[in-house]
Design a protein around this ligand. Structure first.
Ligand code: ADP
Ligand code: MG
Length: 408
């Protein structure tokens, strides 16, 4: 059985978190102009929470009584969703909390998840207001499916949860440097790419990964494949489950990857034990990677990009065949030696998802469950979901289908 969708309960109570300063600072106007009427028409009761600063949304969802909400919707860029997911995972009741359906309405300059959700629905590509309308429509329909999350270990032993990407080198630098062009919207990435190309550099580091076991029932994908696996919504049954009063405020759904979540316990300073999500594939960062992992021979990179949605930005289709719960991290790297024109060609081809068809010998694609990246360059930028994190060795593993996303 493939993915099954559940519906958000009707009438459902939706908390919409809006970042008024994301993108071109027009999020509120976009909301009142395009979304409000749609929600009223569809009789979706909602409460607006307008964020006041960074981490406001994180604190709100950390403290919220989630039995009062059937969905948490983010109207911003990917950065605000990153906060919300980490806020949910920091809760004592994370296992339940992360089951709250999450929706996305593009309001930022980096709207990769919104573009991905739209792509999974198999609709023709859309941008700007059209993408917003599509996501608003999906919210009104309220179909919910499972979404993979990736746990990320940072040098300080801190752990984060990620729904989109981990980047180092060219992509991370462009992402951060282009923040200053945020007011121009999504085109900031193209501007940033052109600027960075002029100062193209090599990043030294070590990369190792655990490949997806292609003998398992996960859809197959091979390196440099030109034929993507089937998209999520094409062949899968769509099941509407009626609401029952003794259920939690939202309905269950299942996924092709509904694994048993592996957990461990930790004794806290107050003597209480806390149940944690355990990263069973990852050794400690100071230990060598297991024998079963592949160690990349190259140590000179132009970029390393791990992505687990189809889109890296509204107009960058990184993994045409990615699915929201395919249980895989799509790992790309470009090794040193690539020319500026060849790198530009890759990014231009990515607008149509055709970069793997360029036959570029410097671009490698691997489908993995876990990876480790150890930068050797003393300084640099690593981003998780487009946000800068501590620089240094990082590792990550996928947790198939542990979150739930309004999509389809
Ligand atoms: P964009 O795509 O424009 O970058 P994001 O959603 O990624 O939009 O938000 C950018 C950053 O702004 C995030 O790090 C988020 O935490 C932060 N943020 C959230 N609310 C506010 C606010 N009210 N004012 C300023 N920054 C905020
Ligand atoms: Mg952002």
């Amino acid at each position: 059985v493939g993915v099954m969708y559940a519906e958000v309960r009707r009438p459902c109570r939706v908390m919409i978190l809006v970042n008024p300063n994301s993108g071109r600072c027009q999020t509120m106007q976009l909301f009142t102009g395009h979304v409000q009427g749609m929600l009223t028409e569809a009789s979706v009761p909602y409460t607006l929470v307008i964020t006041e600063a960074k981490n406001h949304a994180r604190d709100v969802v950390k403290k919220a009584d989630l039995t009062q909400w059937d969905a948490l919707v983010i109207m911003s860029g990917d950065g605000l969703l990153f906060e919300v997911i980490n806020g949910l995972m920091e809760r004592e009741d994370w296992e339940q909390a992360i089951q709250t359906p999450i929706g996305i309405l593009p309001g930022g300059s980096g709207n990769a998840l919104a573009a991905s959700v739209h792509h999974y629905s198999q609709a023709p590509p859309a941008w700007n207001e059209e993408l917003l309308l599509s996501c608003g429509f999906m919210l009104c329909k309220g179909l919910v499916g499972a979404m993979d999350l990736v746990s990320v270990h940072l040098p300080s032993r801190k752990r984060l949860f990620s729904f989109l990407s981990i980047a180092w080198g060219f992509v991370a630098d462009v992402d951060i440097e282009s923040e200053k062009y945020r007011h121009v919207g999504g085109i900031r990435f193209l501007m940033g790419t052109l600027v960075r190309l002029a100062t193209l550099r090599v990043y030294q580091g070590r990369l190792a990964f655990l490949p997806v076991d292609e003998t398992s029932n996960v859809p197959k994908g091979k390196s440099n494949s030109t034929s993507p696996p089937p998209s999520m919504c094409s062949s899968l049954p769509c099941r509407h489950i009626p609401s029952s009063p003794n259920q939690n405020s939202v309905l269950r759904c299942s996924s092709r990857n509904q694994n048993t979540i592996s957990k461990s316990t930790e004794t806290q300073s107050d003597g209480q034990t806390k149940v944690l999500l355990s990263d069973s594939l990852l050794p400690s960062l100071d230990q060598p990677v297991p024998e079963s992992w592949t160690v990349v021979k190259d140590e000179d990179f132009v970029l390393v990009l791990a992505i687990y949605q189809s889109h890296l930005a509204e107009d960058l289709l990184a993994v045409p065949g990615a699915m929201v719960d395919d249980g895989a991290i799509h790992l790309f790297y470009v090794t040193a030696g690539i020319s500026r024109p060849a790198l530009l060609r890759l990014f231009l081809a990515m607008e149509k998802g055709a970069h793997l068809d360029c036959g570029c010998p410097y671009l490698v694609y691997e489908k993995v469950k876990a990876f480790r990246l150890e930068p050797l360059s003393p300084q640099g930028v690593i981003t998780v979901d487009g946000e800068t994190v501590e620089y240094g060795p990082v590792q990550a593993q996928v947790h198939p289908g542990i979150a739930r996303l309004i999509c389809g």
